[in-house]
Write a new protein. Structure first.
Length: 197
């Protein structure tokens, strides 16, 4: 949202509601409905909107397709947050073309294993790993808190081949031991910056 529009909205809301509704409450509601990639970098807490909206799904009619699209969008935003402003511009296009479709396939294959009443309890973790951590996000059961899938990205540096980002996931079926490949993206011969930098 443009800076001047945001400030104007804050002042207007404050005046009209006499302080009963704070502008930050209003902005959180707007962010929950209108997340952009820029918002992910400015406000990591806004990414929690998905888990908040899943609470309402239990009360209304569950739409499996919409749920899966929201889950995929949240996975994409979590990935961009992990990449940070230095890595994201370099690998974003390849990530969308190569890795994201494979993430969607993995999510759909997992979703097919759950009945509707259990599927709506799946949530995505809020914070990716920083620094050299491989964690992008986990899919977990909100009821018992157990992880179902763990999506990771590892930095590979084969001899004389430069740096590569290897995307993969682990599943609870084998106690998260096996790597299920999603694809790799070439970085450069130079060392990539730390995640979320």
């Amino acid at each position: 949202m443009k800076k001047w529009l945001r400030k104007s909205l804050f002042v207007t809301v404050s005046i009209l509601t006499f302080g009963l509704v704070t502008p930050t409450q209003l902005m959180n509601a707007v962010n929950a409905n209108n997340l952009s990639e820029r918002d992910v970098f400015e406000s990591p807490a806004a990414t929690n909107s998905f888990s908040q909206t899943t609470a309402y799904l239990g009360e209304s009619e569950f739409d499996r397709e919409e749920f899966m699209q929201n889950l995929l969008k949240q996975a994409e935003l979590q990935s961009y947050q992990k990449f940070g402003s230095k890595i994201k511009p370099v690998i974003e296009d390849e990530f969308r073309e190569i890795i994201l479709p494979n993430i969607e396939i993995a999510l759909n294959q997992t979703a097919d294993q759950f009945p509707e009443e259990d599927l709506k309890n799946l949530t995505i973790t809020e914070h990716p790993g920083t620094g050299h951590s491989e964690k992008i996000f986990n899919i977990k059961n909100a009821i018992d808190g157990k992880d179902i899938l763990r999506f990771h990205v590892r930095r590979d540096n084969p001899p004389q081949a430069g740096y590569w980002f290897n995307f993969h996931y682990h599943t609870h079926h084998d106690e998260f031991q096996n790597h299920y490949e999603l694809g790799s993206i070439y970085w450069d011969k130079n060392t990539p910056p730390k995640w979320m930098s």
